[in-house]
Design a protein around this ligand. Structure first.
Ligand code: SF4
Length: 289
């Protein structure tokens, strides 16, 4: 199996077979992200991708139940080639249950609904979208490259085409300066998409990240654990997304929170109040990107 550089995956893909369909991220300008800054973006040749699957099938065959197509935005690959890959792997792994990939808003909007439905039919079950924030100002500041409206359209489009949508938000991305705006606008964006899953990470900054200088200058003030809980409470008090599975279980988070919106909002808020009272936050030394 050929891996280039560090390979990242969502927390829920911990037990998945991961194969790089692309290397890096075609966008690669988000100011908080250093995941792919050392990689020059490319789409791997189809023969190399299929050779990796051949090798994995030989080594692990019937044990593979989930496959995650890496890197940052595998959905950028032409639909025809993605269908070839999907068809190949669903034939190759007899006990496969699910195939997922990261997809940017741009990738989703560039594909027609017909193409997305073809991908679903070929076995692409879920796309992870890095929403990061619903606040237009934050999206602009971090150079996300898309608008809030485009994200809503992309999330809804996935759902219309039968592909599950898993959205990721980042606690603290607006700093203390935009804590309220970030929380409330993220809640309204999730309410507008009603994704199947929503997950929170908490902002951690690599000194190599372009945004680091703003933190040093104080232009962006990082949240402490109490601020993060305050932001999360605001999010939960404002979101309306019946049935969305909610997870805040990433290694970067100060507090682990799980539930289903909207039914578990009262119990999650009660848990956050308890965490605040007892000061039970994950210690800084145990937090990870
Ligand atoms: S956050 Fe996502 S879209 Fe932005 S640079 Fe990183 S991988 Fe690319």
């Amino acid at each position: 199996m050929q891996y280039e550089g560090t390979v990242y995956r969502p927390p829920s893909e911990a037990r998945s077979l991961i194969v790089q369909v692309t290397v890096g991220c075609a966008h690669n300008t988000c100011t908080f992200c250093t995941m792919y800054k050392d990689k020059k973006f490319k789409i791997r040749p189809l023969a190399d991708i299929l050779a990796d699957f051949d090798e994995a099938a030989m080594l692990y065959g019937g044990h593979i139940r989930r496959i995650f197509l890496a890197d940052g935005d595998a959905l950028i690959v032409k639909t025809e080639m993605l269908i070839q890959i999907l068809t190949y792997i669903w034939e190759k792994f007899p006990n496969l249950e699910r195939v997922t990939a990261y997809g940017t808003t741009q990738d989703i909007l560039h594909k027609s609904e017909e193409e997305l439905m073809q991908l679903k039919a070929a076995g692409l079950d879920m796309v992870y979208m890095g929403i990061e924030s619903g606040d237009p100002q934050v999206l602009k500041d971090v150079k996300k490259g898309v608008t809030r409206e485009e994200m809503i359209e992309a999330g809804r489009k996935l759902k219309r085409c039968g592909i599950l949508c898993s959205a990721t938000l980042i606690s603290g991305l607006g700093g203390r300066q935009r804590l309220r705006e970030h929380a409330v606008a993220s809640a309204s964006l999730i309410s507008a998409i009603k994704p199947d899953y929503v997950g929170f990470l908490t902002l951690m900054i690599d000194p190599q990240a372009p945004v680091y200088s703003k933190i040093v200058s104080g232009e962006l003030e990082l949240l402490n654990p109490e601020d993060v809980v305050e932001e999360m409470k605001l999010f939960l008090q404002n979101v309306d997304s019946e049935g969305t599975v909610f997870r805040s279980n990433h290694a970067s988070n100060y507090v682990i929170l799980k539930g289903t919106l909207n039914e578990d909002i009262p119990s999650m808020l009660a848990y956050l109040r308890q965490v605040e009272e007892q000061g039970k936050y994950r210690e800084e030394r145990w937090r990870r990107f």
